[in-house]
Design a protein around this ligand. Sequence first.
Ligand SMILES: Nc1ncnc2c1ncn2[C@@H]1O[C@H](COP(=O)(O)OP(=O)(O)OC[C@H]2O[C@@H]([n+]3cccc(C(=O)O)c3)[C@H](O)[C@@H]2O)[C@@H](O)[C@H]1O
Ligand SMILES: Nc1ncnc2c1ncn2[C@@H]1O[C@H](COP(=O)(O)OP(=O)(O)OP(=O)(O)O)[C@@H](O)[C@H]1O
Ligand SMILES: NC(=O)CC[C@H](N)C(=O)O
Length: 652
Amino acid sequence: MKTIHVAAGSVNQTPLDWEGNLSRILAIIDQAKSEGVQILCLPELSLTGYGCEDAFLMPNTAERAEWMLGELAKYANDIILSVGLPWRHHHTLFNTAAVIVDGEVVGLVGKQHLAGDGLHYEPRWFSEWPQGEVVTTRCLGKEIPMGDLMFDIGGVRFGFEICEDAWSATRPGSKLAAYGIDFLFNPSASHFAFGKQKLRERFINEGARSCGCVYLYANLLGNESGRVVFDGGPLISNCGDLVASGKRFSFKDHVLSSAHVDIELNRSRVASTASRRVEVKPHPGLVTVKWEVALSDRAPTSLAQHCTYSKEEEFTHTLGLALFDYMRKSYSRGFVVSLSGGADSSAVSCLVFIAIQLAVKELGESGVRDRLAYMALPAESAEWMKVILACVYQASENSGDATEQSAQKLAVAIGAEYQSWSIGKLVDGYTQMVSGGLGRQLTWESDDIPLQNIQARVRAPGIWMLANVRNALLLATSNRSEAAVGYATMDGDTSGGLSPVGGIDKAFLREWLVWLEAVGSDEVGTIPALHYVNSLQPTAELRPSDQGQTDESDLMPYPVLEAIEKATIRDKRSPKDTLTLIADEFGERYSYSQLKAWVVKFFRLWCRNQWKRERYAPSFHVDDKNLDPKTWCRFPILSGGFAAELRELEES
Ligand SMILES: Nc1ncnc2c1ncn2[C@@H]1O[C@H](COP(=O)(O)OP(=O)(O)OC[C@H]2O[C@@H]([n+]3cccc(C(=O)O)c3)[C@H](O)[C@@H]2O)[C@@H](O)[C@H]1O
Ligand SMILES: Nc1ncnc2c1ncn2[C@@H]1O[C@H](COP(=O)(O)OP(=O)(O)OP(=O)(O)O)[C@@H](O)[C@H]1O
Ligand SMILES: NC(=O)CC[C@H](N)C(=O)O
């Protein structure tokens, strides 16, 4: 029995960082070679970075990619390697995977199904490679084959499904299988979304099982370009059995996952599958190279350990990695949060703590120091959080002791710097100034919203100033539920450069805080000081306390808001259909007329506040309900706002 040692690798790249990207790829090749790996699959567009956006259209980007490919090839002897890069052919850009065999680039495979949904905009920059087409292209001074290729390297045969290719109904693997393949390579740039790794495992295992081959799946890793998080976790399936499953959410520059596979056994299984359809002629894009793949006497790798994360754990790891990468890639000296002691700002503060905890756990103190070498971290790691995070409570006359205590206890528990400021005089100053100009006193009876908003706005300049002083990032605390209905003061509590929880709904955020208080993750543990936060009702605390303001009395219960948002925005239901769905889900708890009023309120606020969503700080994508107008959910700023549909609904 002979086996081949194969691997899939994840790398944490940065768009347009030519030298950094190259060095990280060289490092993973080094590791693979030192472990005796013979075949290595690396992620989609991993030379340039997946998120180059319109910089893909700069000729310089493709030129640099070709230069990097040349540098890489010089280094990649004794191995078969695939790496993703943009490639120009006939003045058109294609999303390709290059194959290097023992230091020679032998072919470029074109992606056949471009990703254009959700946050993916590939058709803006790339053209789909037409199925079955093969051409030659000039690469590093030589003519090489390009297109719908299949490879035979010393008798070892493989082909490609490039990310979205494998998600489509017409995946290339099924055609390739008819020609007899030992491996399918899948270089991917597949963004994190809750529960998505299970879905990936399903189609990888299914592709490997139905094609009777080994499937190498290599995803990108980390917060590559700001909003999108890749969870890494390279996978290898042997004929439907997962034999390697690399670490997800790693803080390292790369993760290599390898397995020993017995392709002779797979071939004999394929031969005994009577139902299999065979193409007897050679594949039209067959690239044959004489090079001996080294075989070993090692036994084949048996089933991989599955690591399944709960939704709470996935959120913890994704956001931790996203924040850590954002901080180091933007060279920020930590973060500043205006901490109210409520759920949103507490969650954001905890996430900064988690980012550092997870980084130390995986990289060690010296690894974190290396990554953050641009900032002066104290000698004692126990002091790091004071430098990395500053939290400020900003009391107005409507603030309560409970929120201040909650803020202070949490900041101390996570080791952040804590300050308490009073904004009362500033609020009075503005109120008197405007009252003087108007020639009348502003009152809660006639000026409710302006008197609320001035408090939120007065909190912004001081906290921005502190961020400037510390060269830190000001974190905004808006969540997706508030963004859906514009429940925030523009240039007040929306202030900040990054909005970590802007992609997540408030209902889940509250559940996650309860989980973090009492259950926690293996790596980070619990934060019992969240007890104070979790015992509070969400409130803006902007009206006098005798008015008992809560978010849910201003809006509606958060679970209802989340369900309406899902129906309306994600599933694009009409107001009437949304009400039918909501009545089905919540009909036993709330009256039909109450639910109707909430649906109408949601639609009105949703339409009226698109301009606010255009102005929110960038946030991270964590599921398929994002509201970010630049990368996901486009909606007119000015619109008729479904006036007719809402009137009909109210009259029904
Ligand atoms: N289409 C459009 N394009 C551009 N700008 C537009 C616009 N429509 C209105 N505007 C502008 O927007 C202004 C109104 O927006 P804005 O000033 O933000 O205020 P607004 O949306 O009217 O009120 C803020 C709401 O957020 C709530 N809040 C505030 C702070 C914190 C929290 C919390 O979650 O704890 C909640 C508060 O209770 C209130 O219900 C108008 O005065 C107008 O200038
Ligand atoms: N007293 C305060 N001190 C400091 N910041 C505050 C204060 N009140 C509000 N803020 C800022 O305004 C933001 C918006 O308030 P909001 O009520 O939406 O969030 P929260 O207080 O964190 O959570 P919750 O809505 O659950 O009470 C807060 O997250 C915080 O950044
Ligand atoms: N880069 C891609 O083709 C990604 C598309 C795929 N649907 C994913 O999210 O994983």
